[in-house]
Design a protein around this ligand. Structure first.
Ligand SMILES: O=C(O)CCC(=O)C(=O)O
Length: 337
């Protein structure tokens, strides 16, 4: 099946057959409710104990939360969104120079999710970048727009700091030493998906991204402020997460679910599309180093329950994740004891 990017600037009047989901798998948008009680955690407060409590509660109950006053400057965020928009508005021939559907590439423009594996495509193009260490990867990033490398590097540095800070708070919220997660995950990689969802003439029939969990440790998502589209599964129902000004959405990935022995949930989430407006999001993923052995600390298994998942390395998990389609069962299920 021929697949190419959909951010061509051409408005479709209907979606090609290869994007149409079978009836039972469609998003049923009229049944989705707004999630009004997404925890919003202010990271500038002095009361660390209270911040740790809030994070612990959000991770156990929701698997995700939003952070405000997070230390990434408004200017960095605005510049990131600006340059991402400029990139996707480039002529399609220019963008196609970076196209690849090989998930092992460290820089590529692609479309949908995993075009070689999936049966039905998704209404999304994305630029996927490895971002750490910056010195190693920035040279291969797009040089058009000309400000891309500088702008995105600056954004990546600040987001990484934020992610590591959140991991300390999470470790404390699990009753562990503040550096436990950072030490267990080794020198963490950092990847980015710059997602672009063009207007879609038939949003009821397809997804930007179907329901999935993230295979990494922690995701920091910058949502388009003007156009919503992120939905999370809560108590068996899909809920829309409205963008909160100057906030990031943070969600637990599969590795922190395993490391916390299932206490914190790697939440199912998806992106839906709309008729009128393009939508963008920028997902930053912190990933354990390949050799990190993902194993719950004894403090979290000694209540007699034992380890929920067998030990595995991140390299083993990541390979398994990309060998499958996105909307299959939770990949962690394959590692259950
Ligand atoms: O666009 C969104 O809001 C979600 C993006 C996402 O889930 C991803 O990139 O993995």
């Amino acid at each position: 099946m021929e697949t190419k990017v959909i951010s061509t600037g051409i408005r479709y009047t209907s979606i090609p057959e290869s994007y149409v989901r079978p009836e039972a798998e469609r998003p049923k948008l009229s049944e989705v409710q707004d999630c009004d009680d997404v925890p919003v955690i202010d990271l500038s407060l002095d009361d660390r104990y209270s911040t740790v409590q809030q994070i612990g509660e959000a991770c156990e109950t929701y698997g995700f939360f939003q952070v405000i006053n997070h230390g990434v400057s408004v200017e960095r965020v605005e510049n990131m969104l600006q340059v991402a928009g400029e990139f996707f508005r480039l002529p399609v021939e220019e963008k196609m120079k970076l196209y690849s559907d090989d998930p092992s590439k460290t820089m590529r423009l692609s479309t949908s999710f995993n075009v070689k594996k999936e049966k039905v495509h998704n209404w999304r193009d994305y630029l996927r970048l490895h971002c750490y260490p910056l010195d190693l990867y920035v040279p291969e990033w797009p040089s058009n727009p000309s400000s891309f490398k500088d702008t995105v590097s600056n954004y990546c540095r600040e987001v990484r700091e934020l992610g590591l800070r959140i991991q300390e708070l999470m470790a404390e919220s699990l009753g562990l030493d503040k550096d436990h997660i950072k030490n267990a995950l080794g020198e963490q990689g950092q990847h980015m998906a710059v997602n672009y969802y063009p207007p879609c003439p038939e949003p009821e029939l397809t997804y930007g991204l179907p329901g999935h969990t993230d295979p990494n440790a922690l995701t920091i998502l910058l949502q388009d402020l003007q156009v919503s589209g992120l939905q999370v599964l809560k108590d068996g129902k899909w809920m829309a997460v409205k963008p909160h000004p100057n906030a990031f959405v943070v969600n637990i990935g599969d590795q922190l679910q395993a490391l916390s022995n299932g206490r914190y949930k790697s939440v199912w989430h998806r992106a839906v599309v709309n008729v009128d407006k393009p939508r963008m999001s920028v997902a930053s993923f912190l990933c354990p180093c390949d050799s990190a052995l993902i194993s719950p600390p004894k403090e979290l298994t000694e209540d007699g329950t034992g380890a929920v998942y067998r030990d595995f390395t991140y390299a083993e998990y990541y390979k398994k994740f990309w060998s499958r389609n996105l909307d299959q069962e939770h990949c962690l299920e394959l590692f259950k004891n």
